[in-house]
Design a binder for this molecule. Structure first.
Ligand code: UDP
Ligand code: MG
Length: 334
């Protein structure tokens, strides 16, 4: 290590609040973990950055937890958040965001598929005034049929639905301004929709081509089924974007139309029965009128319930989606 980077290291130890937090979700990455931490710290020290690394162990079943615990108790730049069980990548990232103190946050995978050497470039872009810089794995090193194709289709659909045009939503290597992620609640696989959710909040977003390596250690935690879960989450994001704060506008409106049509039909049938003195008992129109009126009432009450739920949703924002077992760090400031 050069003398310069030694100086930088001392600076980063002495300053308690880091400028940059690196968030890494870890699930069974024992082999790559030590190399990853080394690679990240080397790049950041060479660039004289004042940083902290936050690794979230998502209930690993291999020796990742032990390795992390040991490294975090020795190193000054590493904090380990250890989950009680496996919750998934999104809750792991949400926990990382919660504990990150840096003004900028960079997320990346724990398998060394992302290259820590790209971090300074993302930060420089963030400095240009963006709130979120997303990595774009231009030369992605994953399986063509099970991963690349579904991902291409998913990226296209996500772009169409959310209105945020990025080439690669799935790339974990992203840089954020802390305040952007501060009050974002993530569920399901929503971490990949962070750019879309941020866009709804008015964030400035851009992308940068980044390097991508084949997985050399451990195995991928996902297969083709992820695509379907992502599509379901996309529907949620679509709904949130459109109606979250005004469900009554949607359901109430539809309900009123249905109820109105049913009532008109009912009036017509009443006219036929009492003025024209015809039998209406066997007319399909009668069934339609009844169905429309009932549907209308149902939709309207659903809209009202959705309004109540929406208020609860917004007012109980602080509920975490995970339970932390312990936090390992050799600093005791928090
Ligand atoms: N991961 C996690 N919890 C899970 C699954 C994955 O924390 O339940 C982490 C995993 O350790 C890795 C990142 O999420 O750091 C991305 O996973 P993976 O590399 O398997 O996804 P891929 O690159 O194949 O899309
Ligand atoms: Mg990977």
């Amino acid at each position: 290590m050069s003398q310069l980077s030694n100086l930088c290291l001392t600076a980063s130890i002495n300053t308690s609040i880091p400028d940059l937090s690196i968030v890494v979700p870890i699930y069974n990455e024992a082999e790559s973990l030590p190399k990853l931490i080394e690679a990240i710290s080397q790049t950041l020290q060479e660039n004289c950055l004042n940083y902290e690394i936050i690794c979230v162990d998502d209930g690993s079943k291999d020796s990742s937890t032990e390795i992390l615990r040991q490294m975090a108790s020795k190193r000054h730049d590493l904090k380990a958040i250890i989950f009680r069980k496996n919750y998934g990548q999104t809750p792991a990232m949400a926990a990382g965001f919660k504990y990150a103190r840096g003004k900028a946050i960079v997320t990346l995978d724990g398998d060394l598929q992302n290259d820590p050497a790209d971090i300074p470039m993302l930060l420089a872009k963030l400095e240009e005034g963006y709130d979120l810089v997303s990595g774009w794995r231009k030369k992605r090193q994953d399986h063509a049929v099970t991963r690349l194709l579904p991902s291409k289709i998913a990226n296209w659909i996500i772009g169409r639905v959310t209105g945020v045009k990025l080439h690669d939503y799935g790339c974990s290597l992203k840089a954020y301004r802390n305040e952007l992620v501060e009050d974002m609640n993530l569920y399901g696989e929503l971490h990949r929709f962070l750019p879309a959710l941020a866009y709804i909040e008015g964030a400035r977003i851009t992308e940068l081509p980044v390097r991508h390596h084949p997985r050399r250690y451990g195995s991928s935690k996902y297969g083709i089924w992820r695509t379907f879960r992502v599509v379901m989450d996309l529907l949620t994001v679509f709904f949130m974007k459109k109606f979250l704060t005004r469900p009554m506008h949607v359901f109430g409106f539809l309900g009123m139309i249905s109820f109105g049509l049913g009532t008109l039909l009912g009036i017509y049938l009443t006219f036929v029965k009492f003025i024209l003195a015809q039998n209406i008992g066997d007319r399909p129109l009668l069934i339609l009128a009844v169905v429309l009126i009932l549907t209308g009432v149902q939709l309207f009450s659903f809209g009202l319930l959705a309004e109540l739920l929406m208020r609860t949703y917004h007012e109980s924002q602080n509920r975490p989606i995970y339970r932390v077992r312990e936090i390992v760090s050799n600093k005791n400031e928090d």
